[in-house]
Design a protein around this ligand. Structure first.
Ligand SMILES: *Cc1c(COP(=O)(O)O)cnc(C)c1O
Length: 348
C-alpha cells in the first residue's frame, strides 16, 4: 500500500461566505461594500500588452501611494494579495516560537486555520459575556498576539489606549492588529507604529475601498518588521502583486473624497438599520464596522438565515458555540437594508 498520504500536510480549510452565481439576490453575507470602487479606478486604462512583462516585484507605485497616505516611509509598508495573504505572511514571519500565540475565541475564523497550517501552537482566549476582549488576559507569556479591531464578527471596537496596553505589555512578541474595518469606526493603531517595534497594523482594500475582487491588503510597522516580512515573501513568491492591482490600488488611494463619502454612507445606513430593527425586537452588539451582529429576543437566528435565503437575501450565520443565535449582516445600500427590514417585519 502506498504511504505517501502519511506525508501530506493535512488541513481543514477556512470556509468563506457563499458567493452565489445568481445576481438577483441581496448579498449581505461577506462584508463587501455596495458602492463599488472610485470612478478614478473605473476610468483608469491599463496597458494590457504590458502583461507580457513581470510586474514590479516591489509594487513601488502602490507602496508609495499607501506610504504617502499614511505618512510613513515606503520601507514601512508591506503589500499582499488581500490582507489574508499579508496575515499569513506575518504568521510565517513572526510566529515561530514554541509558545502559544493568543487570539480571542470569538474572532476572524481564519486565524486558527493559519496556526494549524503553519503548526503554530495557539490559545483562544474567551471574550467576556458582552463579547469584549479582556486586555489583562493577554498580559502573559506568549508567542505572539493577533486580534481584529474592530473585532469580527462582533463589530466591537476597542480604544487606542486598550490596543496600546496590549502592545506595551508584550514587547517580547509581535502584536498584529487586523484593522480590516477601522475606516468604519474607531481609532487606528497606526499612530503607534513608530513608538513600538513589535506592532504590525494590517489593512485591506476589500471593505472600505470596495475592491475585494482585486485582492490588495497591506501591513504597516517599523522598518525592521517590514524587512523581515519582505525577506520571507521574497523567499516564497516574488510576484504577488499583479500589474493591474498595483495601478488600480494607487488610483483608489488618490480619490480620498469618494472614499470618505462612501464610507460615511455605510456608517449612516448602519445607524439607520440598527434603529429600525430595534423596533422589531432585534439587538445588535455596538458596531464600528460595515456589518452588525444581531440577535432577536424570540426568533432563532438559524431560521431567519434560512428564510432570508429563500427570499434571496444572503446573510452570514455561524453555527458555533456562543454565537449560534446571531446573524452577521453586512450593511448594503439603504434600499437593500429597507428590503431586508421589510422581510424581517414579515417574520416578526
Ligand atoms: C475581510 C477580512 C480580512 C481579509 O480581507 P482580504 O479580502 O483578504 O483583504 C481580514 N481580516 C478580517 C477580520 C476580515 O474581516
Amino acid at each position: 500500500m502506498s504511504r505517501w498520504e502519511d506525508n501530506v500536510r493535512k488541513v481543514v480549510p477556512y470556509v468563506p461566505g457563499e458567493q452565489p452565481k445568481c445576481t438577483d439576490i441581496i448579498k449581505l453575507n461577506t462584508n463587501e461594500n455596495p458602492y463599488g470602487p472610485s470612478p478614478k479606478v473605473m476610468e483608469k486604462t491599463i496597458e494590457l500588452e504590458k502583461l507580457r512583462l513581470y510586474p514590479d516585484d516591489k509594487a513601488t507605485l502602490l507602496v508609495e501611494a499607501i506610504a504617502d497616505y499614511h505618512n510613513v516611509k515606503p520601507s514601512q509598508v508591506f503589500v499582499g494579495v488581500g490582507s489574508d495573504d499579508v496575515i499569513a505572511m506575518a504568521f510565517m514571519t513572526f510566529f515561530n516560537s514554541d509558545k502559544e500565540i493568543l487570539f480571542p475565541d470569538i474572532t476572524y475564523s481564519f486565524y486558527d486555520v493559519w496556526a494549524e497550517l503553519f503548526r503554530i501552537p495557539y490559545k483562544r482566549i474567551a471574550v467576556d459575556d458582552n463579547f469584549r476582549i479582556k486586555r489583562e488576559d493577554y498580559y502573559c507569556e506568549n508567542g505572539g498576539i493577533i486580534f481584529p479591531n474592530p473585532n469580527a464578527p462582533t463589530g466591537i471596537v476597542e480604544s487606542l489606549d486598550f490596543v496600546e496596553d496590549i502592545v506595551k505589555n508584550n514587547t517580547d512578541s509581535c502584536v498584529i492588529v487586523d484593522e480590516a474595518y477601522i475606516d468604519f469606526g474607531g481609532e487606528s493603531a497606526l499612530s503607534l507604529v513608530d513608538k513600538y517595534d513589535n506592532l504590525l497594523v494590517v489593512r485591506t482594500f476589500s471593505k472600505s475601498r470596495s475592491m475585494a475582487g482585486i485582492r490588495i491588503g497591506y501591513a504597516i510597522g517599523c522598518e525592521k518588521l517590514i524587512k523581515f516580512m519582505n525577506d520571507v515573501k521574497f523567499s516564497y513568491n516574488s510576484y504577488t502583486m499583479n500589474m493591474p492591482s498595483i495601478i488600480l490600488g494607487a488610483e483608489s488611494i488618490a480619490d480620498e473624497e469618494y472614499f470618505r463619502s462612501t464610507v460615511n454612507k455605510v456608517i449612516e445606513t448602519r445607524e439607520y438599520f440598527v434603529e429600525e430593527i430595534a423596533k422589531l425586537g432585534f439587538t445588535c452588539l455596538p458596531s464600528a464596522a460595515n456589518f452588525v451582529f444581531m440577535t432577536h429576543e424570540s426568533l432563532q437566528a438559524k431560521e431567519i438565515f434560512e428564510k432570508a435565503k429563500e427570499n434571496k437575501i444572503y446573510v452570514r450565520y455561524f453555527n458555533k458555540p456562543r454565537i449560534d443565535n446571531y446573524l452577521r449582516v453586512t450593511i448594503g445600500t439603504k434600499e437593500q437594508m429597507d428590503t431586508f427590514i421589510e422581510f424581517l417585519k414579515s417574520l416578526v
